[in-house]
Design a protein around this ligand. Structure first.
Ligand SMILES: Cc1cc2nc3c(=O)[nH]c(=O)nc-3n(C[C@H](O)[C@H](O)[C@H](O)COP(=O)(O)OP(=O)(O)OC[C@H]3O[C@@H](n4cnc5c(N)ncnc54)[C@H](O)[C@@H]3O)c2cc1C
Length: 484
């Protein structure tokens, strides 16, 4: 096959993985990225001498990572040194005493014992079977539903799909299924909160999303030496080694036919264009299409702090639950309100990797799930959240606000303005059933035969492993369309 010329717009992980796959086949690839670094949502943030994972902090579901490297003749372990985070994370509940904290681990026996001490023997006895069932669903449903490059919703209408859906009760409600298994209210929250990683309420999620809990408890959470950014950097390095060009600070303003227009006035042409810009934004801003009626994930209010001192009560990964999880979710997803008593996630990667903060300091990262821009997020909302987070951290740990030496925040407006995420929806389009699997926006343009999509808002969806699978899909599409 003669050498072809491809343009990838956006250097998020989906764009970089596609660029690597195409460059590995010997084609000419140019990646155009508007910001000054690769990674997109998975970028690096600096505050004084502290270095942060800007977005994703949990490396899970290793198979698509391993597959990308092996498909281009490499081994992941030659490029990324990863280690298991054990415990996965510490969860803080508002109660006092033994009910205040639970360390969650992918060590089944230990987790069972912890559940017994934290909750009760009955729930502990149900835990192995619960994870076992989710594991079986994961092994059967990922290949059957997620790893499928759908041509139309009709692809789903097979007796095999229906049988699997019934067998695993895939479409029943996640929160309700978890409630049927566990009696303890805290455990009920714990085993369905993972849909928040997709920016989706567990009360609106089908049970099949329980596989996210399996990924954590069955397979574990991993951390790449040097931070999550190393995932994108290693993929970018390999793409460049195979001849791809990555142009940073290069904003695309229009895509039409087989050409892209840059903000600088330059025009580039290619055999095919792969757009990694989040899909709804790309359709409106770059393709000039009328906005479509779609549902969006929630947003995330971020705080990145240079903290002087130690906070021994916190682990690398921590989840802090508010007093009323259901109310918290209802405020974010249904009422578009700033949560009264927010649940939030805290990471200190300096606990694992001392190079991420100077001696005597920690890099304190806080992610507060918050409504997308259906709520007009104001400076006062940011100040309100900060105050609530500081107060709660001080209650649960030796955190002291006066030890914060510097802080950067990132609001829903920033996700929109800096990374092109419509409505500031940090996790892209929502993953409700009618925007999942074959119903998610397709990875090829209906009107432009030269244009393909990869990334969180196209198929299969949001999350680093998903966008890597999306890159596999685009390679397959390009091949079927005769471009490879
Ligand atoms: C706060 C947060 C926490 C998360 N945590 C996790 C986690 O723990 N684990 C996990 O697996 N996933 C997590 N995710 C999800 C994960 O980060 C995303 O699914 C993934 O990074 C999206 O990659 P992408 O390929 O869609 O590209 P994106 O990261 O969206 O990158 C798109 C790129 O396109 C560029 N671009 C946009 N417009 C233009 C233009 N006009 N011209 C040129 N370039 C342009 C942007 O600058 C950006 O670099 C998290 C996400 C967020 C926001």
């Amino acid at each position: 096959m003669a050498e072809k010329n491809f343009i990838v717009v956006g250097a998020g992980l989906g764009g970089l993985a596609t660029a690597l796959r195409l460059a590995h086949r010997g084609h000419r690839v140019t990646v155009l990225e508007q910001t000054d670094q690769v990674g997109g949502r998975n970028r690096e943030v600096r505050v004084n001498d502290c270095v942060f994972d800007g977005g994703p902090t949990l490396m899970m579901m290793l198979d698509p990572f391993n597959r990308l490297f092996s498909d281009v003749g490499e081994k992941l372990s030659d490029h990324l040194s990863i280690s298991l985070c054990d415990p996965n994370y510490r969860v803080f509940f508002p109660q006092e005493g033994i009910r205040n904290r639970l360390d969650c681990t992918s060590n089944m026996a230990l987790m069972k014992r912890s559940i017994e001490a934290f909750a009760n023997a009955e729930d502990a006895s149900k835990y192995p079977e619960f994870i076992g069932r989710l594991g079986e669903m994961y092994r059967e449903c990922i290949p059957a539903f997620v790893r499928r490059n759908y041509n139309s919703p009709l692809d789903l209408a097979t007796p095999g799909s229906a049988a699997l859906a019934l067998k695993h009760r895939m479409l029943s409600n996640l929160a309700k299924e978890v409630e049927r298994t566990f009696t303890d209210p805290a455990l009920r929250q714990l085993f369905c909160l993972q849909t928040m990683y997709l920016g989706l309420s567990p009360y609106a999620a089908p049970y099949v999303y329980g596989v996210l809990a399996y990924m954590e408890y069955g397979e574990g959470i991993w951390y790449p030496d040097g931070g999550m950014i190393q995932i994108c950097r290693s993929v970018a390095r390999l793409a460049e080694k195979r001849g791809a060009t990555i142009r940073l600070n290069t904003k695309v303003t229009k895509i039409k036919g087989n050409s892209v227009w840059l903000e600088s006035g330059e025009t580039l042409t290619a055999d095919a264009i792969i757009c990694n810009v989040d899909l709804p934004y790309a359709e409106r801003e770059l393709l000039g299409e009328a906005p479509k009626k779609r549902r969006y994930s929630c947003s995330a209010y971020m705080m990145y702090m240079d903290y002087e001192g130690e906070i021994p009560e916190l682990l690398h990964h921590n989840i802090v639950m508010g007093s009323d999880f259901f109310e918290n979710l209802d405020q974010i997803f249904n009422r578009s309100e700033i949560p009264t008593d927010p649940a939030f996630y805290v990471a200190l990667s300096s606990k694992t990797d001392r190079t991420k903060a100077p001696p005597g300091h920690e890099n304190l990262y806080v992610l507060v799930p918050s409504p997308n821009l259906d709520h007009h997020f104001s400076d006062a909302d940011g100040a309100d959240l900060q105050q609530k987070i500081f107060r709660r951290l001080a209650k649960e740990s030796s955190f002291r606000p006066e030890n914060v030496r510097a802080m950067k925040t990132y609001s829903p407006h920033d996700w929109h303005e800096e990374l092109g995420l419509d409505k500031g929806a940090a996790f892209g389009l929502s993953h409700d059933f009618m925007q999942s699997v074959c119903f998610r926006p397709a990875n090829r343009s209906k009107s432009n035969p030269h244009l393909f999509f990869v990334g969180a808002s196209t198929t299969p969806g949001n999350g680093l492993p998903m966008v890597l699978i999306g890159a596999e899909f685009v390679e397959d599409r390009l091949q079927k369309a005769g471009h490879l």
